[in-house]
Design a protein. Structure first.
Length: 263
């Protein structure tokens, strides 16, 4: 991969201008996977940078943009073209995730515009907290949004993420007005997000958006704890167990009772 080391003074102006215009991005990693991050086989890019500090984050190494590899957009587009046949055969496409991809909206807009020209399906994986950064043009070229509604009660959302819930709701309302296809996601963490009233609040928010075609209840796991330890960050969920089958079914039922297709 062609990359420029971040933080070197001689590249500072190039970095700022490149991020502003979307000709480069700070990239954490990429992978080619099936049945994850959207339909079919996906080429998923994980962009660096995120303002949220979710207690259950399994990629805290994506929080800071300066920790990613400065990657030219041409390199990304070359890889997308290479896998066009795979996307066509599987009904897949390109997903931009993070971190938070809307930390780098110009890059997202450029990639999605090129994908539209190539006939490649696009998916934006976002918390919605920075939804105001997404231009109408960017959303016009977005086929699917994976919208992570991390909690439904403002106080719980703040405890989970360190930020406010309102921007996510505003972004969801905007997507609804546009008719953009949305898969809503909710991470179920015992003792943190599983309270009946919190889940009901998430379900009520999502149920008011008819453009949501599925809800994914994602069970909490401990696979990120080692990264927190390596980064010398205190991990707040040490010892928390994944939700059991009964809890998962209770929470999924809270969505299904509102007519939402839920997995």
């Amino acid at each position: 991969m062609v990359a420029v080391q971040l933080g070197r003074p001689e590249f500072h102006h190039e970095q700022v201008e490149g991020h502003r215009t979307g000709t480069v991005a700070s990239v954490h990693s990429w992978e080619l996977v099936t049945a994850v991050d959207g339909p079919g086989t996906r080429l998923t890019y994980f962009l660096s940078g995120c303002l949220l500090r979710c207690q259950y984050c399994h990629n805290p190494d994506t929080w800071k943009m300066r920790d990613g590899a400065l990657t030219p957009i041409d390199e990304v587009l070359t890889r997308i073209r290479r896998y066009r046949g795979v996307f066509t055969a599987t009904g897949g496409g390109v997903t931009l995730s993070g971190g938070e991809p809307l930390m780098q909206p110009a890059f997202v807009a450029r990639v999605f515009a090129e994908c539209r020209a190539l006939g490649v399906h696009t998916t934006l994986d976002t918390s919605g907290y920075l939804g105001a950064n997404a231009s109408d043009e960017l959303l016009e070229n977005t086929d699917l949004v994976l919208l992570d509604v991390k909690s439904g009660l403002p106080d719980t959302y703040r405890a989970v993420t360190g930020r406010e819930l309102a921007p996510t709701i505003a972004f969801g309302d905007r997507l609804c007005a546009r008719g953009t296809n949305v898969w809503a996601r909710f991470v179920l963490v015992p003792g943190l997000t599983d309270a009946v009233d919190n889940v009901d609040a998430v379900a009520e928010i999502v149920a008011r958006w008819p453009n949501v075609t599925r809800v994914e209840v994602l069970p909490f796991h401990q696979m990120g704890e080692d990264k927190w330890n390596r980064l010398a960050i205190s991990y707040p969920l040490h010892g928390v167990q994944p939700p059991d089958a009964a809890l998962l079914e209770r929470v999924r039922a809270q969505f299904r009772v509102r007519g939402l297709t839920t997995f």
